[in-house]
Structure formats: C-alpha cells, structure tokens
Design a protein around this ligand. Structure first.
Ligand SMILES: *Cc1c(COP(=O)(O)O)cnc(C)c1O
Length: 256
C-alpha cells in the first residue's frame, strides 16, 4: 500500500473506532450507523485509493464536481455517489444520471425535476429531506414545521425512494448549542414516522460531521457524513492550488 493509501486507512480506522465507542456509550449497535465519507474537493486519483481500501460510497456537495469524478472513475462500477448539497432544479438532469442517493431534498420543484429526469432514464434515487434545525438563515433545508406537509406530497414522485431526514447542525464548539439540532431532527423523524404516507420510509437520520459525529450518534444518527477527518483539511476558496473551487472551506458544511 502506498503512503497516501496507508494514511487514508489509518484515518478511517480511527473514525471507525470512534464511531464504535460512541455507539457503545449510547447503547447502540455500531451496525446501525453508516459512515458516509465526504469527498468534496478530493481529486479522482485520491478517490481511487479510497476505493482501493474498500470505500464504496462517496458524499459530494456539488453536482458538477461529483459528475466529473463519476466520469473519471466510471470503470469503478460498484461506487455509489451520494449528493449531500443543495441542488438547483436545472441541474437535476445531471444528478439523475449518476447519483444513487440525494440527501438535500428541500423543495417540490426539485422533487418534480428529479422525478421527471429519473423516469426518462429508468432510474430511481434514495432521498432524504433536508431540515434546517439550527434556524440559521444561511442554511438550506425546510423549517421543521414544514416537513410534515412536504413529505405528504412525496408519494407523487414514484422514482424517489424517501428514506428519512438530513440536517447540518449549528457549527459551534458548544455542545449545548449543537445537540438541540440533532434532538430536533430525531424528534421530528419519530413524529413523522407515526403517520408517514404509504411508501415513505422515515428511518434514516443523516446528521453529524467530523466535528460533531459522536454527539449525533448519541442522539440517534444512522448516517454520519465525515470529510476532513478522513481526507484531511480542504483548501480555502482562494487557494492557489484549487483555482476552480468556490465552496465554503471550513467544516461548517455550508454547501453553497
Ligand atoms: C462537507 C460536508 C460534510 C463533511 O464535513 P467535515 O466537517 O469535513 O466532516 C458533511 N455534510 C455536508 C452536507 C457537507 O457539505
């Protein structure tokens, strides 16, 4: 194994150990928690190494960046691409081509556009509804009180397989401010479960990133999305060695 792959493996081992410990502390089975590696800004060559050490899912927040990597790695047919960032309606056609899962559904317009494109291509998509649990104006997602009515519309889109909810917590060192975001998502999921429409599953809770995944697991996360703790820090937007990158640099997870 080359040094770069060995480093990835070591990071991954550390994260898995921490996930196991967080599960044990919460009295949960580690098998209930999926680790979704977030590979935004990481180039295809490095992602091949990640595939080489066994990763079979990658989370990306920008559809065009993800599609470029998918094309560059199309020989790796067992790789599952998960879109975790806001999607514009006019880019639904790209997402429908290659994504296996979309975690940031937050409007009926996008649901409609995706469903139409998926029908054309004879594909289906696992979907999570993004909820803005922090109330920050800069974050995407539906307000918690909008989610019930929204979810009730989703059976109309037969190519979308609704699996649950996703959120980005407040970005803070202060657990007392982060935790309520996770609690809010879990309580919402539990409520929605009780009268979810036919065909709509409300099992998944995608919450927790490099800085807060243990807390998220304590509050019931079934998927944690971890980028920097696996792949290392991301370049900043004005970084000279990543000229095309115009996203948010930090772990804040702001996905625009
Ligand atoms: C970037 C990103 C993550 C991962 O963030 P890290 O802090 O690097 O682990 C998780 N979720 C979303 C939506 C993201 O955009």
């Amino acid at each position: 194994m080359d040094a770069s792959a060995a480093q990835l493996q070591a990071n991954l081992d550390t994260i898995r150990t921490r996930i196991d410990a967080a599960c044990r502390a919460a009295g949960r089975d580690p098998g209930e928690v999926r680790l979704l590696p977030v590979s935004k800004t990481v180039d295809a060559a490095r992602l091949r190494l990640a595939h080489g050490i066994g990763l079979r899912e990658l989370g990306e927040n920008k559809v065009q960046e993800a599609m470029g990597k998918w094309e560059a790695m199309s020989d790796l047919a067992d790789l599952r691409w998960v879109l975790i960032g806001h999607l514009q309606t006019n880019k639904a056609k790209y997402a429908a081509r290659f994504a296996s899962e979309f975690q940031a559904l937050d409007s009926l317009r996008v649901a409609e556009a995706l469903d139409a494109q998926l029908q054309k291509q004879g594909r289906a998509l696992d979907v999570l509804v993004q909820v803005n649990t922090s109330g920050e104006a800069t974050k995407f997602g539906l307000a918690p009180e909008e989610v019930d009515a929204f979810v009730k519309q989703l059976p109309a889109f037969s190519s979308l397989r609704v699996r649950g909810l996703m959120t980005l917590a407040l970005f803070s060192e202060d657990q007392a401010r982060v935790r309520p975001c996770f609690v809010r998502l879990r309580e919402l999921r539990d409520r929605l479960r009780q009268d979810a429409p036919e065909g709509i599953a409300m099992d998944e809770l995608s919450m927790g990133m490099s800085g807060d995944f243990e807390l998220a697991i304590a509050e019931g996360a079934t998927t944690v999305r971890v980028g920097t703790a696996i792949f290392g820090g991301r370049p900043t937007p004005d970084s000279a060695y990543w000229p095309g990158f115009a996203g948010n640099p930090g772990g804040a997870g702001d996905t625009r």
